[in-house]
Design a protein around this ligand. Structure first.
Ligand code: ATP
Ligand code: SF4
Ligand code: MG
Length: 327
């Protein structure tokens, strides 16, 4: 795929949430980059910090809930955590559209779906032409009988059609980036495959960049140019999709890769590494993965592993390529 310059840049991005117990660090020095037209998949088990990253692209978490304490995020050249509300409003929708896991939650239950697509275009006065454009978008995302569907309310649509509407709402303003957070998880398996195919087509046609959040490395492989693996608020490995799948380095990525063929495995359960992602506030010292790592060595509990690049554009937070049992 042809790529332009950087559209999204996370640099040392560190995020704290305000909680009743005080500030809680939830993302810790995240580096990510998405070029124009590129698809990056962000992968990890439940609780690794994927949604917090996705929401930080346009600072969806309000200042009353979250604070960037180090580094930052740039979207289309704008420093997102320093931008004012006006600049953020311009970025949301026009530059980056969001699609969430639960389509119903993203839709307004008392508004016809066609009007919701129309609203996303933020026109002062809808015309015949813009109404026709709405119907074209509904058709484009694979909704049968779009004129009829445009007049319906969300509850009259299946979950799969609701998610297609949500995608149409995100795409109608022609954003440069689509942020899709587990967009297929709430749908049944056949519909999941259809929605992924739709994203692939739109990406080819419209040429937009996509940040796809998924806990499924198989899904990531099927659509992404690059894959970043998140664990306990940090990126632990990043590389091209092909390189990540054929040559995973970090023991955590290797466990994710090993879990791919077992379709429908329970979320958050990796056969080779029991347990789950430690919650923010209880991240272990040294390598955060060491309590679960099948090849940990004694030093792993003490020393913070440095980022180690071992191929062009492919690196990981484990200094022992292919596992700590070597050398
Ligand atoms: N408001 C909050 N207060 C306290 N902890 C929070 C809050 N929001 C998120 N967290 C914690 O931050 C961590 C990362 O959350 P996040 O939602 O980004 O995970 P995720 O990778 O998207 O997981 P999932 O796959 O379940 O969606 C989790 O441990 C979560 O419990
Ligand atoms: S070998 Fe050590 S540094 Fe590498 S992932 Fe395992 S515990 Fe972490
Ligand atoms: Mg999430």
């Amino acid at each position: 795929m042809s790529m332009g310059g950087p559209l999204v840049e996370f640099e040392g991005f560190t995020l704290e949430l305000r909680t009743e117990q005080g500030p809680l660090r939830v993302l810790d020095g995240v580096d990510l980059r998405i070029d124009e037209g590129e698809v990056l998949a962000l992968v990890g088990e439940s609780g690794s910090g994927k949604t917090l990253c996705a929401q930080s692209v346009t600072r969806l978490l309000g200042d009353d809930r979250a604070r960037c304490t180090r580094g930052g995020v740039r979207l289309a050249g704008v420093d997102v955590f320093k931008a004012d509300e006006r600049a953020l409003r311009r970025l949301r929708g026009a530059t980056a559209g969001h699609v969430f896991q639960e389509p119903a939650a993203a839709l307004n239950p008392v508004m016809r779906v066609g009007d919701q697509v129309l609203e996303s275009l933020r026109l002062h006065r809808p015309t015949e032409a813009t109404r026709a454009e709405v119907v074209r978008w509904l058709a484009r995302v694979g909704i049968p009988a779009p004129e009829h569907r445009a007049r319906q309310y969300p509850h009259e649509l299946s979950g799969g059609l609701q998610q297609r509407v949500a995608i149409a709402i995100a795409l109608a303003p022609r954003p440069r980036l689509l942020v899709a957070d587990e967009p297929t998880t709430a749908l049944d398996v056949t519909v999941q495959a259809q929605v992924l195919e739709l994203l692939r087509e739109l990406r080819r046609e419209v040429g937009m960049a996509i940040l796809l959040v998924t806990h499924n490395l198989g899904v990531a492989e099927s659509i992404a140019d690059r894959i970043a693996v998140l664990y306990a608020g940090q990126v632990v490995e990043e590389g091209s999709a092909a390189s990540m799948l054929s040559n995973p380095s970090h023991p955590y990525t290797r466990a994710l890769v090993a879990a791919i063929p077992r379709m429908g495995h329970a979320r958050g359960e990796l056969a080779s590494v029991p347990g789950g992602v430690p919650a923010p506030g209880s991240w272990p010292g040294g390598c955060r993965f060491h309590p679960r790592c099948p090849v940990a060595r004694p030093s792993c509990a003490m020393e913070t592993p440095p980022w180690t690049a071992f191929a062009a554009g492919h690196g990981s937070r484990c200094p022992y390529p292919a596992g700590g049992d070597r050398a």
